[in-house]
Design a protein around this ligand. Structure first.
Ligand code: IPM
Ligand code: MG
Length: 354
């Protein structure tokens, strides 16, 4: 098949991990007779430096007309001034909104050989296989009004937490659909004892739960959910929640896997178009040294093949190759090893079957 993939390597270690992931995709294309065309664009801090804005209209349009978008990471100390007019992260949020990718899928699995790298005891980690579905284009990140002013002589800042029923409905429906292909459990996370948006969320979740009796639904308050991620993560299957809670819980969940560098994500909307990125950030402390773990991004390309290009066998080939590579003991520095980004990708490529 032919596919047009936009690459947004971004800042910090982003370009390093994206370059290796493209090599993996090229190997997959070669072995299976696909033609992937890659178009590279700037987004984030690098785009601020070159164009004065974190996301140009042209880049957004290129992404909107692609089959899939692969992103590295954005941000860094250079662009961290709180009074700056634009920030790398704003480009990422505008991209998510502009692509309409309302659901962010963040799978968390623990490879048995990496359990020692997790702060949790191995017996807690056994069987952990969680899929967090985070609402991505609503809530506090986008609600209006938002801003700073002076009120009653005091400096004030405002963010607004707002959700429409349809925004809640579509992400919950997707969570139930995904649970059906897994262990058939949905944990819906909210703060319904305090927040009005959460009460609407819970009401809609309960309704969808009643319409889908084959899937077990539990409602959990976000504070309890954050505790249970540590005390009993193996029980959880699909965890679905709003934007901000999902942001926080997925960083927490990532430590189960031993290193943030291991974890991929897919952001999906109604169409086939998706945005794929590792969940780690731009890691300015190690940028430019060629030592970042590329696995999170390589596994994101597997999600890209699965969700946007419908190439399930190719996606599984990458996931199996990563699995085998870890089992064989290949490790980048985040996991106590010595392999460079390039060498890790080489090992994975060697393990991709025909
Ligand atoms: C993430 C990141 C982003 C978010 C930042 C970089 C805007 O933390 O993808 O989890 O908060 O969504
Ligand atoms: Mg985050």
């Amino acid at each position: 098949m032919k596919a047009n993939i936009v690459l947004l390597p971004g800042d910090g270690i982003g370009p390093e991990v994206v370059a290796e992931s493209v090599r993996v995709l090229e190997v997959i294309a070669g072995k299976n007779g696909h033609a992937f065309e890659f178009v590279e664009r700037l987004m984030g801090g690098c785009s601020i430096d070159k164009f004065g804005t974190s996301l140009t209209d042209e880049t957004l349009a290129d992404c909107q007309s692609a089959d899939a978008v692969l992103l590295g990471a954005v941000g860094g100390p250079k662009w961290d001034d709180p009074s700056a007019r634009d920030r790398p992260e704003r480009g990422l949020l505008a991209l998510r909104k502009g692509l309409g990718v309302f659901a962010n899928l963040r799978p968390v699995k623990v490879h048995p050989a990496l359990m020692e790298w997790s702060p949790l005891k191995p017996e807690k980690l056994k069987g952990v296989d969680i899929l967090v579905v985070r609402e991505l284009t609503g809530g506090l990140y986008f609600g209006w009004p938002k801003g700073r002013d002076i009120k009653d002589g005091r400096e004030r800042a405002v963010d607004t937490l707002e959700y429409f029923d349809y925004e809640i409905l579509r992400v919950l429906e997707l969570a139930f659909e995904l649970a059906r292909g897994r262990r058939k459990k949905v944990t819906s996370v909210d703060k319904a004892n305090v927040l009005e948006t959460s009460r609407l969320w819970r009401q809609i979740a309960a309704r969808i739960g009643a319409e889908n009796p084959d899937v077990e639904l539990e409602h959990t308050l976000v504070d309890t959910a954050s505790m249970r991620l540590i005390t009993g993560p193996a029980w959880m299957d699909v965890v679905v929640t709003e934007n901000m809670f999902g942001d926080i819980l997925t960083d927490e969940a990532s430590v189960l896997a031993g290193s943030m560098g291991m974890l991929p994500s897919a952001s999906l909307g109604g169409s086939g178009l998706g945005l794929y990125e590792p969940i780690h950030g731009s890691a300015p402390d190690i940028a430019g040294r060629g030592i970042a773990n590329p696995i999170g991004t390589i596994l994101s390309t597997a999600m890209l093949l699965r969700h946007s290009l419908k190439l399930e066998a190719e996606a599984v080939a990458i996931e199996n190759a990563v699995e085998r590579t870890i089992t064989e003991g290949a490790r980048t520095t985040d996991l106590g090893g010595k392999l460079t980004t390039r060498q890790m990708a080489d090992e994975i490529i060697k393990n991709i079957g025909d």
